[in-house]
Design a protein around this ligand. Structure first.
Ligand code: GLA
Length: 382
């Protein structure tokens, strides 16, 4: 992709670009906890977004997207990002950098990538992080990675309308080869945990669906959590978010919350506990326990938090019934995208065969199988 992107850049702009890369991410466990300052356990993958960039001595930025085979240009002094267009991510990052005092000048940019569309590997976070890394590298701004992450998150809030947490851009920026990040979304700091899976591999199954309610439902779930916190603060005055509660508080939480809010709060509280248990299981090589926690996470996301969908439940149920699978759950925001599966490496073909035809028959769609290779985070490639 690097070479192809450089060639495309040269043919469009007749110069050689600086190229930056930012990966997509998987999440081992810890879903819908980041925006409650909880814990998550993501890792960067080898697929990602490449951005070629060069100064053009103009006040205009000229862009080309290889995926859309489309050009776009905008004036740096009149940035108006609009929801729904790929160039919004470039304008969003530029606007936020400029607001922070970075003197972004005119540039030419080519964007390419290999993240399967709609797979839930966070291509938009990878795109923003790659753009931030490229602009910072080109103008030698030396923007700290954490700030690039925060701009990427804010850009999604302001210009894409999704009140997402910090997990996706954080994993894309800070990912490490062979390691998952045990990330504390209150302090925004992480610990690297080696992912040694022995005879097992992580394989994603892309359901190839993304239900249209995904973004609005995401924001609603976030609001439901915030509402629960307000109610619970009467009895737990010291809490700021659901992250401050423990499994041992659940009984009291149940008494205080209305019946429609309790299961959502329960998910966040129990999921944070599962993240710690899963990290401990992984570190001690107890893959069976790790797998059971994945299954429990799916159950909680589907039944309590209600962010799954028939396609994801079908894939999770089928996989969990196989003895070559230690654990499976839906991954990411939900309502489509992927499941993540811990499968015996020697049985990966059997795994695919067991899921493919039944899924096709049930949903008239062919699932896509993606082997997750845990890789390094964002960087300038040169
Ligand atoms: C999306 C969001 C993340 C996180 C997950 C759910 O990927 O972008 O911030 O909330 O959903 O865990």
């Amino acid at each position: 992709m690097h070479t192809q992107l450089t060639k495309t850049f040269q043919s469009y702009f007749a110069t050689t670009p600086l190229v930056a890369f930012a990966p997509g991410r998987i999440n081992l466990i810890g879903e819908h906890t980041d925006y409650q300052e909880g814990f998550v356990f993501p890792a960067a993958v080898s697929q990602g977004i490449w951005v070629g960039i060069q100064k053009n001595s103009l006040t205009v930025c000229r862009l080309y997207s290889m995926d859309f085979a489309q050009e776009f240009s905008f004036e740096l002094d009149f940035i108006s990002p609009k929801n729904g267009h790929w160039a919004t991510y470039v304008m969003g990052m530029c606007a936020l950098m400029k607001q922070s005092g970075y003197e972004v000048q005119g540039f030419d940019m080519v964007i390419g990538g290999n993240i399967p569309v709609g797979s839930g590997l966070s291509s938009s976070a990878a795109l923003s992080v790659a753009i931030g890394t490229a602009i910072s590298g080109l103008f030698d701004f030396q923007i700290p990675k954490k700030n690039i992450v925060l701009y990427a998150q804010k850009s999604e809030h302001l210009y894409a309308g999704v009140k997402c947490g910090i997990m996706d851009p954080y994993a894309s920026a800070f990912g490490a080869a062979g390691k998952a990040l045990l990330l504390d979304c209150r302090s925004n700091t992480h610990e690297e945990i080696p992912v040694n899976l022995g005879e097992y591999s992580l394989i994603l199954v892309n359901s190839k669906v993304k239900h249209s309610l995904a973004d609005s439902a995401y924001n609603k779930r976030r609001e439901a959590c915030e509402e629960s916190v307000k109610i619970l603060q009467s009895e737990f005055p010291e809490i700021h978010t659901l992250r401050d509660l423990k499994n041992s508080d659940l009984e009291k939480v149940k008494q205080l919350l209305p019946s429609e809010l309790f299961p959502k709060a329960k998910h966040v509280i129990t999921e944070c506990a599962r993240v710690h248990e899963a990290a401990a299981a992984l570190q001690s090589g107890d893959l069976a326990s790790f797998g059971k926690l994945l299954n429990a996470s799916h159950q909680s996301l589907s039944q309590d938090f209600e962010v799954s969908c028939p396609e994801l439940d079908f894939l999770a149920d089928k996989a969990q019934a196989l003895d070559i699978v230690l654990g499976t759950r839906m991954m990411g925001g939900g309502f489509g995208g992927c499941t993540i599966n811990l499968v015996k490496t020697s049985e990966l073909e059997a795994f695919q065969a067991a899921l493919k035809t039944p899924y096709q028959q049930a949903f008239q769609k062919t699932p896509e199988f993606i082997l997750a290779e845990i890789s390094e985070g964002a960087r300038v490639l040169g």
